[in-house]
Design a protein around this ligand. Structure first.
Ligand code: ROI
Length: 164
């Protein structure tokens, strides 16, 4: 894995709606804590959220974690994808139910656009199940474009989200 010498704080969105979602998310938090070249994991509460995507799928459990890492963005993405695979990720349908999703939301204050990765995450600003846990964890955070959590929350209704 490629490693730099600087510790960068990153934010990761967790989501699950299959095979005991609370356990899936809780286990994934432990696995994130154990990743190489990562330290100081913090995480939000867990939230129950209505599914975005095809109707008829179970509710989701969502949370946001932050870690400091010396892994480069794509090495971190590889590590997140191997955790997803360990959870025998099921993703049969586009935007359909899944065992575990780990999305790299923010990598320091960097903006990244490449084939495998878009940071800040493309839907970060519009999805309440990402924004509210993120704001709970780091209320003072602002995005690389300078927008504050307060401004983002004002534009995003909490209605389909419940802190558990
Ligand atoms: N809907 C909710 N509520 N939470 C998620 O984590 C989630 N993840 C997804 C899609 C299928 C878009 N819907 C979701 O990937």
């Amino acid at each position: 894995m490629s490693v730099s010498s600087e510790w960068i704080r990153c934010y990761i969105g967790l989501g699950s709606n299959l095979e005991n979602p609370v356990t899936q998310v809780a286990t994934a938090l432990l696995e994130l804590e154990r990743l190489p070249q990562c330290r100081n994991l913090e995480h939000s509460s867990l939230y129950r959220s209505d599914p975005v995507g095809p109707p008829g799928q179970p509710d989701y459990i969502n949370a946001v974690a932050s870690i400091e890492t010396t892994l480069e963005p794509l090495a971190l993405l590889d590590a997140l994808q191997s955790i997803e695979q360990e959870h025998q990720r099921v993703r049969i349908q586009h935007w359909g139910p899944r065992t575990l999703d780990l999305d790299l939301l923010l990598y320091g204050d960097q903006t990244i656009e490449c084939e495998r990765l878009t940071v800040p995450h493309a839907f970060l600003r519009e999805r309440n199940f990402v924004l509210y846990p993120l704001a709970e964890l780091s209320p003072e955070l602002s995005l690389p474009d300078g927008r504050s959590m307060d401004a983002l929350l004002k534009a995003c209704a909490i209605d389909t989200l419940e802190r558990i």
